[in-house]
Design a protein around this ligand. Structure first.
Ligand code: NDP
Ligand code: MG
Length: 389
């Protein structure tokens, strides 16, 4: 297929992860539309090298400085520039060699490089929801000031974004965020108390990185997504409703002021929202499997069980209260999930840890960026101190 537009130059931050590798599949299927300019990873040097040799980017960043030498040597005969360390990630994000940054780093670590990209007026395809949970007000403000478009990659937010195309003058009455319910849908506390990491890592509908898979099992993911939606679409907390929809076919819905509801549907496959964000405003053809409307024959919706999955209540409290509370919630959750993945604490202990941390860290109503960083650090230290040695 010939194309009169030059290829879009893509920077993939977190290229070795679940989102990153799927984005590279999308790029590989559309070489005339996309070129890879930057690839980054934290510690997976072998996959990063393999990706670099295949996609021939301008720049590669490895977070873990101990792996720099190995990565550097792999590209010694090529033009590719290799950098290492956390600061390099920010410096590279501010460079003028790419058009779109795909923010696919996991957790708080994604915030600083994404902010740098926004400050230099780049388009950001945002998978890293923690960026908006931690400092959504500042991130969105900077996006407006620098005319940097933010295109959601998270499937629910991509669905809402797609429903809003052509509706710029029309007000949103409310949105319905759909949740699969995760692997423990229908289970109660007496079951969850004994759940182990390997079981929690088995998601029924989506294959994702470890952190978000645990967040999906606890419903924290949906809570983080409510906060993400508030900032992306400028909503009040009571305009955001969560429904459990175990089939994961409707990815979310928008209800307008006339009562009309638009939904975006499809099989659960992250390559679709990734491709949509990278190609926006174009839709490009692909060979992904199509949804057969008769399979599953029924689409169902129910309220989430917040008595059992209390993480969703904690996230809603953070959403309603605002200030630095979502940032504190996020930091405590990252520590809790990390500890659970290492079998240091149980499934339900994660909720206790987050709740205690939210009650401990002092509240700031309108934090500066520095105060968000401080709140994150304080919450991490306190949450870690609660985990028995
Ligand atoms: P993964 O854990 O699979 O990948 C994370 C990526 O970030 C890897 O490339 C990893 O490098 C890199 N990374 C990890 N820690 C750091 C750090 N401290 N500094 C810099 N880079 C780091 O995560 P996912 O791809 O699942 O998720 C990425 C983001 O997208 C998350 O915010 C998640 O919530 C969001 N998202 C993911 C979805 C999914 O389907 N996976 C769906 C919707 C949203 P290395 O491999 O070397 O460790
Ligand atoms: Mg999602």
């Amino acid at each position: 297929m010939s194309n009169s537009f030059p290829a879009k130059r893509i920077a993939i931050f977190g290229s070795t992860g679940s989102i990153g590798t799927q984005a590279l599949e999308v790029v590989a299927a559309n070489p005339e539309l996309f070129s890879v300019e930057i690839l980054t990873a934290q510690s997976n040097d072998s996959l990063l090298i393999q990706q670099g040799l295949k996609f021939n980017p301008n720049i590669i960043v490895i977070g873990d400085e101990r792996k720099y030498q190995k990565v550097k040597e792999a590209f010694s005969k090529m033009d590719t520039k290799v950098f290492a360390g956390e600061k390099a990630l920010e410096e590279v994000a501010a460079m003028n060699c790419y058009d779109i940054l795909l923010a696919a780093v996991v957790g708080f670590a994604g915030l600083k490089p994404t902010l740098k990209s926004i400050e230099s007026g780049k388009t950001v395809a945002l998978a890293n929801k923690e960026t908006l949970v931690v400092a959504g007000d500042i991130v969105m403000q900077k996006a407006v000031e620098n005319r940097a478009p933010i295109i959601p990659v998270d499937s629910e937010h991509s669905a809402i974004f797609q429903c809003l195309v052509g509706e710029t003058r029309n007000k949103i009455e409310k949105i319905y965020l759909t949740a699969s319910g995760g692997p423990f849908l229908g289970k109660k506390t007496n079951y969850l108390v004994n759940v182990k990491r390997d079981h929690a890592l088995q998601h029924p509908n989506w294959s994702m990185g470890a952190k978000i898979t645990i967040d999906s099992a606890t419903l924290m993911n949906k809570g983080l997504e409510m906060i993400e939606a508030k900032w992306l679409f400028n909503l009040k907390p009571d305009q955001i409703q969560v429904y459990v929809h175990p089939q994961s076919i409707i990815h979310s819905m928008v209800q307008f002021e006339d009562g009309s509801i638009k939904a975006q549907m499809g099989l659960p496959d992250m390559k679709l929202p990734i491709q949509y964000a990278l190609a926006f405003p174009q839709r490009i053809p692909n060979k992904f499997p199509r949804y057969d409307l008769k399979k599953p024959a029924q689409l169902t919706f129910e309220d989430p069980d917040t008595r059992t999955f209390r993480n969703l209540l904690l996230a809603q409290e953070a959403l309603n209260t605002g200030g630095n509370l979502p940032c504190v919630l996020n930091a405590a959750n990252e520590i809790a999930v990390f500890a659970f993945l290492r079998n240091r604490i149980g499934f339900l202990d994660m909720t206790d840890l987050i709740e205690k941390t939210m009650n401990h860290v002092h509240f700031i109503e309108k934090p500066t960026l520095e105060e968000y960083f401080d709140s994150d650090g304080e919450a991490r230290n306190f949450a870690a101190s609660l985990i028995k040695l």
